[in-house]
Write a protein that binds this ligand. Structure first.
Ligand code: SF4
Ligand code: MG
Length: 317
């Protein structure tokens, strides 16, 4: 498969009182067409800012976003519209992102109107079709968001994103706010839509268990940087970065027959402020393997095995 999205040396800095908050600090990755990259890290690590910068809600401080071979330019009206026609975002809190005064039909129809895809009877048919596509039904079109459960609201958010027939979706913690019993349903819906439509996803989550089944590749972020990136299978069986190992130790092992016992690693130490981060490895204040070099040099994200990238001096030989 060819690469649909390439993010190159992306930086997003915010000027705040006290200095520069380096929310995203030199992040690069690619996602192939039809695949999912899971982007994982604790809150404040820059994963949402990465998603929001790609979609154009923030202007990048530096770096490039290449979509389907072309540089994305959010600064011009034409550039924004062209990208918005193919890329959509799904948010963590579907309720906050749905206008309470609009009917579900009109919420879903907004993208159809903006991009002038259908009008009149065809538009209504398309809205019904989208509702059914996400497991709701046509009677729901005349209702308002508050009449729905959290899981149903996320289905509405997905229908709204699907309305323009996008190629690429950024899902920013789409299941974090939902009951555990509902989470798998939404992940399954997203996976089915991906299969049917050949969609490409950037799936953002704060813990590794949530991205396991949907991701082809996973990137782990810590304080604005990617510290490990590889295939999903490799990451779960052979995590190398001490931070990934700690995150993974909190994920229950799904197969009770697995012999290997995973010891829960409790992270100690303070998370340094992302404002004016000190030089060296940003994880060093919590890392039990920290060495002298970790204070002085930021470890580069280096390929240590086929397609397995790690930013840690233990592997930077
Ligand atoms: Fe730990 Fe050093 Fe590796 Fe950072 S570079 S994760 S401090 S060993
Ligand atoms: Mg977030």
């Amino acid at each position: 498969n060819k690469v649909l999205l390439a993010v190159k040396n992306l930086k997003k800095y915010f000027h705040v009182s006290g200095g520069i908050l380096k929310a995203v600090d030199d992040v690069s990755f690619t996602i192939k067409k039809g695949e999912t990259l899971g982007l994982v890290g604790e809150s404040g690590c820059g994963k949402s800012t990465t998603g929001r910068t790609i979609i154009g809600l923030y202007e990048p401080t530096a770096g490039e976003i290449i979509f389907d071979g072309e540089k994305v330019n959010h600064l011009t009206y034409e550039g924004r519209k062209k990208f918005a026609r193919r890329a959509q975002m799904i948010f963590q809190d579907p309720y906050a992102s749905l206008n309470p005064r609009m009917t579900v039909g009109d919420i879903i129809g907004e993208g159809i109107d903006i991009h002038e895809l259908y009008t009149g009877k065809e538009r209504m048919e398309r809205i019904y079709q989208l509702l059914e596509m996400v497991g709701l039904n046509r009677e729901h079109a005349n209702r308002f968001p508050h009449e729905f459960s959290g899981g149903q609201r996320q289905r509405i958010g997905i229908a709204r994103a699907m309305a323009i027939e996008p190629d690429f979706i950024i899902a920013d913690e789409p299941i974090s706010a939902l009951d555990v019993s509902i989470q798998a349903q939404i992940v399954n819906l997203l996976m089915n839509l991906q299969q049917e439509k050949g969609l490409t996803y950037l799936f953002i989550a704060h813990d590794l268990s949530m991205v396991r089944h949907i991701s082809d590749n996973v990137a782990v972020m810590y304080l604005g940087m990617i510290v490990e990136m590889t295939s999903s299978a490799e990451l779960y069986s052979n995590p190398l970065h001490p931070y990934t190992q700690a995150l993974l130790s909190a994920v229950p092992i799904p197969d009770p027959n697995v012999e290997r016992k995973r010891e829960r690693i409790i992270l100690e130490g303070d998370v340094p402020s992302p404002i004016n981060p000190p030089p060296g490895c940003r994880f060093r204040t919590r890392c039990k393997y920290a060495m002298d070099i970790c204070k002085e040099q930021t470890p580069p994200l280096k390929e240590v095995g086929s397609g397995h990238f790690v930013a840690c001096h233990l592997f930077n030989k």
